[in-house]
Design a binder for this molecule. Sequence first.
Ligand SMILES: Cc1ncc(COP(=O)(O)O)c(C=O)c1O
Length: 325
Amino acid sequence: MYLNNIVEAIGNTPLVKLNKVTDGIKGTILAKVEYFNPGNSVKDRMALKMVEDAEKAGLLKPGGTIIEGTSGNTGMGLALAAIAKGYKCIFTMSDKQSKEKQDILRAVGAEVIVCPTNVAPDDPRSYYSVARKLNQEIPNSIYPNQYDNPSNSAAHYETTGPELWEQTEGKITHYAAGVGTGGTICGTAQYLKEQNPNLITVGLDTYGSVFKKYKETGIFDENEIYPYKTEGIGEDILPKNVNFDLIDLFIKVSDKDAALMTRRLAKEEGLFVGWSCGSAVYGALEYAKEHLKEDDTMVIVLPDHGTRYLGKIYNDDWMREQGWL
Ligand SMILES: Cc1ncc(COP(=O)(O)O)c(C=O)c1O
């Protein structure tokens, strides 16, 4: 028994009970450990789906180029799909992302263009704008645009949702995930809420992001936008993949609380995961402490692997520089 290529290894990741960081919490807390995907992140699922849907729509032809703005993980998934199917990749990335993420993408054959973080999304220097411009200039190229591409949510509706329903034997009552493009939380939530309309979804947001206030007031407040360090979640835009009707509430988690929880997950649970995993667990457990009952089962998505953050949250000197140790 073998797989025909590496992208066939995407999905069917394990669901692992959290035992230590959940001290004092009623109910069962399970982690969907997405670093078991071949690109080490949840993004493999939607990257493959965006490529396959573009092929089906006739937008991506042999020898084509995939151009995307990515915080790193989507790029990795796209690069693996491109290798399996014979495409080129060019990725734009903001300069706040870990250096490791750039190196990883170059290692799998992609061209990486680093753009400034602290410019408005519509500034021509932003990683969104640069990706769009390259797409216009390069013939036979596609710009999947993970923020607004419905294939992103669809990948999770088709895979992550059914996996969680089966793995929990329908016992899942709460689902928590960080929100970046919104694809993970909304695609999965749509499937799970169809199975159990009482299921509660908790979206994890960062300070410096617009989501929580928008959900609570309907106001896109530019004053909510300021630089933060956590990678992968929170936005200064409203991606089409965020369907606010499918997210029951948002909790904001600070960079520091997320970093410290991520380190606890590694030490106490043996889960060497990425920074946004700490955001997800910290925020979800805040909710669980107050609301979860004995019979409840909460699943928290852990999006990526710790290797991508060795120079940051897993580096004691860096942590001390931030004043977090
Ligand atoms: C590390 C990390 N965590 C969380 C997310 C959020 O997932 P989604 O974009 O599906 O909302 C991302 C997406 O970029 C990510 O890279």
